[in-house]
Design a binder for this molecule. Sequence first.
Ligand SMILES: [Zn+2]
Length: 441
Amino acid sequence: MVEPIWYTLILSTLTLTLTLSTATPPLNPAVNHFQQYLRINTAHPDPDYTTAVSFLNNLATSIPNLQTRTLHLTTPNKPLLLVTLPGSNPSLPSVLLNSHLDSVPAEPSKWSHPPFSALKTPDGKIYARGAQDDKSIAIQYLEAIRNIFQQDPGFTPVRTLHICYVPDEEIGGFDGMDKFAESNQFKEMNVGFFLDEGQASTNNEYRVFYADRSPWDLVIKATGKPGHGSRMYDNSAMENLMKSVEVVSKFRENQFDLVKAGVLPNSEVISANPVYLKAGIDSGDGKFVMNVQPSEAEAGYNIRLPPTADPDLLKKRIADEWAPATRNMSYHIVEKGPLRDYKGRPLITATNDSNPWWTVFKNAVEACGGKLSKPEILASTTDARYMRVRGIPSLGFSPMKNTPILLHEHNEFLKDAVFLEGIKVYESIIKAFSSFEGATP
Ligand SMILES: [Zn+2]
C-alpha cells in the first residue's frame, strides 16, 4: 500500500516541475491591466469610450482612497472620467494629470500583429494602437497610486490630485478637453498645474515639452482671365498661383535650412507644408480640359507656428507676399488653436526656478534616478493648449526612454520593462506633487 503513494508523489512532483519549467512567467498585474485596456478599441472614427471608461473606473475604484466621477459634457457616448485623490488641504490648487481615451485609426493589414490584440512578444514588446499614445500613461497613473499606498498605507496627500480621461483629443478636443475646461466641475477643481502626455525618447533621457505649436489651415486662391490653351497672356490664375507656390516654397526652404543646420529644432520653426493643389476644368471623364487656361486655382497649406513666432508678422507676409491682392490672390486662414493666453502671453510654461511646479517635477524625476533632456516645444498639438490658454502651467511628459517614437505609426509598441519603469517615475512625481505645500503663482 505504501508503494503507490510514493509512486503518485514522485509522479506529481515530476509533473509540477515540468509545468513550472515550461510555463510562461506569471503575469504582472499592471502589465495585464495595460494589455486589457489596449484591447478596448477607442480608435477613430468609432471609439468605444463607454467600455474604456467603465474599465478605468473599475481599475480606479480597486485602489484605496481614489474617488471617481463620470461626466457627460456633450453626448452620452462621449463620457469623461475624473479620478480624484483628495488632499488634506483643499485650499491648495490641485494638480491634474491627463490622458486621452481615443487613438488614431490603425490599418490592421499593415501591422505585424493585430493592433487591438496587445500581443506581447517574448522580449516584452506589447503591440497595440495606443501603446505609446497614450494608453500607457492612463494605466501608469493608477498603478503608481496603487503602489504608493501598498508601500505606505498611511501616506496622506496634502494637495489634491486629479486624473482626467478625456475623449476626442485626436480630433481636436472640442467635445473633450475644450468642453471640460469650460465646465463648472473644472472651475471647482482649482487646477494649479497640468501634466499631459509627451513622447518617447530614443536615448536614456526622458523628454519633456513646455509648449505646443499652433496649427493654421491656409488656403490661397488665385483668379484670372480664362483663355485658350494656346494663348500667352499675363495674370492667368495658374500663373498667379504658381508664383505664390514658389514664394511659399522658398520660405519653407529657409525654415527647413535652420533645422538642417542644427540652428533650431523642427518644433521651433514655422512649417508651411503644401497639402493640396486644386485647378483645372473637369472634362467629365475624370480628366481635364486641356485647351482652356482656368480662371481659378488654389493651394492648401498646413502651417504650424511655435509660440515664439509673431502671428501678425506671418499674416502680413501672407497678405503681402504669399497671396497679394495685386496678383489677384486672396487667402483664408483657419486658426485651429490659440497662440496667446488670456493675459496675452505666449503659451509657454517656464522650465526654470521661476516656476515652482517645474522644480517639483524635475526633482521628482531625478529622485527616482531619471534624467530629463532639454525641454522641448512639441511639433504638433495636444490638449495642453486648453490649459495654457487659461494661464495654467502645463508640461507634456510620457516616461518612455530607449524607445522608438511610434505614435500614429504602424506596429506601435511599448516594452513591458519601459512601462513598469514609468510607473516608478509617476510614483515619485505623484508623491512629490501631492506632498508639495509651497506657494504657487
Ligand atoms: Zn496623444
